[in-house]
Design a protein. Sequence first.
Length: 336
Amino acid sequence: MSGEKAGETSAYGLRFTVHESGSESVRSFAEDVRRDLALTPKQIQSKYLYDALGSCLFEAISRLPWYRITRAEGRLLSRWAAQVVAPLTDPLTLVELGCGSGEKIAMLAEALRSRRRPVSVHLIDISPTALEQSERTLGRFEHISVVGHRATYEEGLRRAAAGRGRGTMFVLFLGSNIGNFDPPASHEFLSEIRRALRPRDALLLGADLVKPERELQAAYDDPLGVTAAFNKNLLVRINRELDGNFDLHGFDHRAIWNRAESRVEMHLVSCRAQQVAIPSAGCDVCFEAGEFIWTESSYKYTPEQLLAMGTAAGFRSLEQWIESDARFALTLFLAA
Ligand code: AVI
């Protein structure tokens, strides 16, 4: 099911339209939870971290001193925005996969202001909160029109590509969101982006780099416990949406650096042997003491790996900018 929520005209006269997608319904959540909690190890897909509260908690994470991805990427964008957009010819359609609060696309919109050409922006996020925040952030630009798609990346990308006009489509996949895909899935997804593009279209990929383990540990298990709350909110969501009876005190947040796989794994570890009922998912789940649910992987890369990933998906790398303090890379690819 998909449909258009009321289009709105902002104070700036811009149209902001949210296209809803029913693909993240409670029913598919229930089916996924039932299937993935029967796996060994038990799992819950990380996309379910982002309900309204989860999106706010992620926003809070991005402001923590120990989680440096967002600020490092912001520094690169504010320093290099003009160079990023320079090779792209007008008219431009910008598509951001996972828009967060809209601050990053705003930096590029700022750099495009001097061209005095209208820019179409498509924002794709499964979180209505993120879409609303982005709408507010982008409301100040008179040269852009915004369409929000409440959809998965794949569905949103399909819709944005179907609605594009002539000119250049520029896909932004930032914030190291690529890191939440395992390697086969990231290859498949980058290839899917490439298939949605025409030659001379472009992709900007923001990805976190390998760094010392103690920095990763602090980023994913922060001393304020915000990341722990973000992770445990999955159980709150299951209790609310699927009538589960998870005891929140019965699970601990854990983040581990899996060096062999080059990823940080987030787990929810059962503090004791226990049984949890999730009636709306049609399951009762037994946990042994110490057994965990694997809730997220965040892959970390070398700069060379990122170039190779783009090339393998059918792109040609044009430029790579590295923030060497926090170790983060922005890579600009052209559709070959
Ligand atoms: C959204 N994503 C790139 C974040 C990450 O770093 O993997 C989500 C996150 N998980 C824990 N902290 C932040």
